[in-house]
Design a binder for this molecule. Structure first.
Ligand code: ADE
Length: 273
């Protein structure tokens, strides 16, 4: 997979040389190109922003440097034999970044990222490239970062670990929290490793039992407990058919009740009522 990133802070992307993404690069699974947007400015101050039309606070990134930077990056990639780039635009106004979108992006041959600073990029740039490329505007969460570079790192890491040959064990992402179809989209429960006792804390007996059926059931119960606590919305979104008899019992203990439609909803507590 080829990755291009156009940014005014190329050094912010240094983590792409480290750990899993760094190894994927070293192995040739990822071909990363980071470009300095200011290379496409021609004034003394290397200006990339200007005041917004219509007024208001903050600055807007200018069309010309972005247009030239994207044209050059695209030409370079096409010349190197890449094709079908997807333009990934990190913005708090984008669609939520999910595991599903990570899986989808991991099947693309080429991602071109446009992390912005200030109030964002002049809209005409996105509209211009949308006539030629698939454009995905992506938000990594309901908060506002100072710029999109951290979002590029997040998206890249989530995508890179899904590429064939990047994780040691191909099964590793089968049970990921949020993996499409995984455990009715529950969060993963707790994990343990050696030593068997630490500061007086033991390992749950069932994990030492060697009984695969019981271990699987225990893990599922733990996943329900954690999901009910941290993300009850994930349980409320599940089809009722995703739950077996034991799941329903656990859900009842955790304070969820079935609706006539079949989905499970958290029963309001006395305080909420
Ligand atoms: N840029 C600023 N905030 C962002 C967010 N939440 N997601 C993606 N890009 C951003």
């Amino acid at each position: 997979m080829r990755l291009d990133v156009v940014t005014i802070f190329p050094e912010y992307l240094e983590p792409l040389n480290v750990s899993l993404v760094g190894k994927a690069r070293a192995r040739g699974v990822l071909d990363v190109h980071v470009h300095d947007l200011r290379e496409w400015t021609y004034d003394r101050h290397n200006t990339v922003d200007d005041t917004p039309y219509g007024g208001g606070p903050g600055m807007v990134m200018k069309t010309e440097p972005w247009g030239e930077a994207l044209d050059t990056s695209l030409a370079d990639g096409y010349e190197a034999g890449a094709h079908s780039p997807v333009l990934v635009v990190p913005t708090p106004s984008g669609r939520p970044f999910t595991q599903e979108l990570a899986v989808e992006l991991s099947t693309e041959p080429w991602l071109l990222f446009t992390p912005a600073r200030y109030e964002g990029i002049d809209r005409r740039v996105i509209d211009e490239y949308a006539t030629r490329l698939r454009v995905v505007e992506v938000s990594i969460g309901d908060y506002v970062l100072a710029g999109g570079e951290a979002a590029v790192l997040v998206i890249t890491e989530a995508v890179a670990r899904l590429l064939p040959g990047v994780l040691g064990n191909a099964e590793s992402h089968r049970d990921d929290s949020f993996a499409p179809g995984a455990m009715a989209n529950l969060l993963e429960g707790p994990v343990f490793t050696k030593p068997p006792e630490w500061r007086g804390r033991a390992i749950p007996d069932v994990l030492l039992s060697g009984h695969h059926g019981k271990i699987a059931r225990w893990r599922r119960d733990q996943a329900f407990a954690r999901t009910a606590l941290n993300r009850p919305d994930l349980i409320e979104r599940c089809e009722a058919s995703a739950f077996d008899k034991k799941d329903r019992e656990i859900l009842s203990i955790l304070g969820f009740a079935p609706e006539p439609g079949g989905r499970f909803w958290r029963r309001p507590t006395a305080v909420e009522e």
